[in-house]
Ligand binder design. Structure first.
Ligand code: ATP
Ligand code: MG
Length: 355
């Protein structure tokens, strides 16, 4: 099994050691961005306010935090001090405590950097949404099928009612019509909820078994489950802290890929959840076509697809990886040509008690 998250970039140079001053919105965004760059080591983040959001985020990432900026500025190892406090006094504090050789990024330069980080975050959000909407385009056939069944039923019942005189039968058939209409409106509700823009709720406790069931429901519109057996191996009370919309998006992508891989002759889709040792894992396994090494090594690249024109954007797994990285998780892929693929996502579990 290959761990593609860790092996992505191996740097031979010593990492640049960075200290971040300020743990408000700017500091938090900087932390999230720099944390993902292998050639950068964040040696700590400081903020006078012990409740600043970046300090909590840093604790989750196991990065040292302090309320004393001076301590961090005077640190022997630091190569770059990034000041995003917006505090005019900080320049003097840095000047007094910094070691020779430590560079400083502050004032306008750090504001420009913050703008760039924000710009990147907006682009990423647009990309998620574009990929989701492109995927929904493929739902048309599934939706038409699922809406057509209850519509046909409603038509048949309504035709019967035209000549029906027995009040008890009229009542029963009217109830069946009500149920059929409820089923069609549930379809449009599921899809409009999925299509909406991802919310900013990043630290909600999410029960993974429920999200997987919801993803399965959505994926049924995106791909044909003909001749596919679905097996659920769920452990009870498996949870993570994250953004439920993003997690739903991750699992819809993985399930859709798995089902597409089995479009020749069907197979088995197995969804497994496990918890233990502070981590939670979800596996989506298929018995489909599998991937040769030259495909496997590229699947997380943006726009990489082996699907025909108009069939895939190649952004699915790129977005999955971005979301999992943000959650400090890992992705492992085990794939064998003509046997199938298992993708396992491991995430830190939330410390909530089960419901
Ligand atoms: N379970 C799988 N089995 C076999 N191949 C897979 C599997 N999952 C992904 N792949 C391969 O990885 C490629 C990239 O997947 P990704 O989800 O990023 O894009 P896509 O599925 O091609 O397009 P989109 O997700 O936008 O519809 C796929 O085209 C396919 O070749
Ligand atoms: Mg895909």
């Amino acid at each position: 099994m290959r761990d593609l998250t860790d092996s992505a970039v191996v740097s031979t140079l010593a990492p640049t050691k960075v200290a971040i001053l300020g743990a408000g919105r700017g500091g938090t965004a900087l932390l999230d961005l720099l944390y993902r760059i292998p050639s950068i080591e964040i040696i700590g983040i400081a903020d006078r306010d012990s409740q600043a959001p970046g300090l909590q985020r840093a604790r989750d990432l196991k990065i040292p935090v302090t309320e004393q900026a001076e301590e961090l500025i005077a640190n022997h190892g630091v190569n770059l001090i990034m000041d995003v406090t917006g505090d005019p006094q900080m320049e003097r504090v840095i000047h007094l405590h910094r070691r020779p050789g430590a560079d400083v990024l502050s004032g306008t330069a750090s504001r420009v950097l913050w703008e760039l980080v924000r710009h990147e975050a907006n682009l990423q959000a647009e990309l998620f949404h574009a990929e989701k909407l492109a995927g929904i385009g493929h739902f048309a056939a599934g939706i038409a099928h699922d809406i057509n069944n209850p519509l046909q039923l409603i038509l048949g019942l309504a035709e019967n009612l035209v000549d029906e005189t027995d009040i008890k039968t009229v009542h029963e058939q009217a109830m069946e019509i009500v149920e059929a209409v409820k089923r069609t409106s549930a379809i449009s509700r599921d899809l409009t909820q999925y299509a909406r823009k991802t919310s900013a709720r990043d630290d909600v406790v999410v029960w993974l078994n429920g999200i997987l069931d919801e993803a399965l429901k959505i994926a049924r519109y995106a791909a044909s489950f003909h001749d596919i057996t679905v097996v659920k191996q769920y452990e009870a009370g498996v949870d993570v802290k994250g953004n439920p919309d993003e997690l739903l998006h991750v699992f819809v992508n993985l399930i859709t890929n798995a089902v597409h891989a089995m479009d020749q002759g069907g197979g088995t889709l197995t969804m497994t959840t496990r918890a233990g040792g502070g981590a939670t894992s979800v596996s989506i396994a298929d018995t489909g076509c599998g991937m040769p090494p030259e495909v496997l090594s590229r699947i997380f690249e943006p726009f990489f697809t082996t699907k025909g024109p108009g069939k895939g954007t190649g952004l699915g797994l790129y977005n999955v990886k971005t979301i999992v990285n943000k959650m400090i998780g890992k992705i492992a892929v085990d794939s064998r040509v003509d046997e199938g693929t298992t993708i396992t996502i491991t995430l830190p579990s939330s410390e909530e008690a089960p419901p």
